[in-house]
Design a binder for this molecule. Structure first.
Ligand SMILES: [Cu+2]
Length: 154
């Protein structure tokens, strides 16, 4: 008799430091940074910069293209601005200081994917006593599914 216990996958929301160690600044290729990364609903973007040196505005595609800075009241200015990606779709961010967007290229465009779903694992795939972790190597599903199967001989 084979008995399998499947523990539902735990959603692993990720935190992305925009620009990694470089942070949020001018003369950095944020499209290259975003390239190859998978952003999902629930993940977080963190913009890091010295307070006062930069800021963060969420804009639309046109604002991104033309570096149109929204009203200053919409700015994030803490120097450690965390944005949780709430909905799937395209997101655009720019810096509103001076010509940082226009000349410095301080702008980021990402596409947010829907929240990852847990892979479904059939109990028959679990043999004997195994413990496996799935999903780490696939960047599509940033989920971890743990399957613990216990075989009991009666
Ligand atoms: Cu700036």
């Amino acid at each position: 008799m084979l008995r399998a216990i499947i523990i539902p996958a735990v959603s692993m929301a990720k935190e992305f430091i925009v620009g990694d160690e470089v942070g949020w600044t001018i003369r950095f290729d944020y499209q290259a940074w975003a390239d190859g990364k998978d952003f999902h609903v629930g993940d977080k973007l963190v913009f890091r910069y010295p307070v006062g040196a930069h800021n963060v505005f969420k804009v639309n595609g046109t604002g991104f293209q033309n570096c149109i800075v929204p009203p200053v009241t919409e700015a994030l200015t803490s120097g450690n601005d965390a944005i949780t990606l709430a909905t799937p779709g395209r997101n655009w961010y720019i810096c509103g200081v001076g010509k940082h967007c226009e000349i410095g290229g301080q702008k980021l465009f990402i596409t947010v994917q829907p929240e990852s779903q847990a892979p479904i694992i059939a109990p028959s795939q679990a043999l004997s006593y195994t413990s496996s972790v799935n999903g780490i190597t696939t960047s599509i599903y940033q989920l971890v599914a743990v399957v613990i199967a216990t075989a009991i001989m009666v």
